[in-house]
Design a protein around this ligand. Structure first.
Ligand SMILES: [Zn+2]
Length: 65
């Protein structure tokens, strides 16, 4: 099974550690911020950044058309 919190986009292989393809929006949280990112394949990611780093907490399917 492919985890939604792996190390790369399961749709196009874009590394989660790489710079976001496109930042959609950014929202402050109690300990950092959440960044919504559009991947190269069109998938929308939610990245949570806190004192321990950044991780992808949610990932949608690519939208086409
Ligand atoms: Zn992707």
């Amino acid at each position: 099974m492919t985890s939604t919190t792996g190390t790369a986009c399961p749709h196009c292989g874009w590394p989660d550690r790489a710079e976001p393809y496109r930042v959609v929006s950014r929202h402050p949280t109690a300990h950092g911020h959440t960044t919504w990112v559009r991947c190269a394949c069109g998938s929308l990611q939610a990245r949570l950044t806190d004192g321990r780093g950044t991780r992808v907490v949610s990932r949608s399917c690519p939208t086409r058309g």
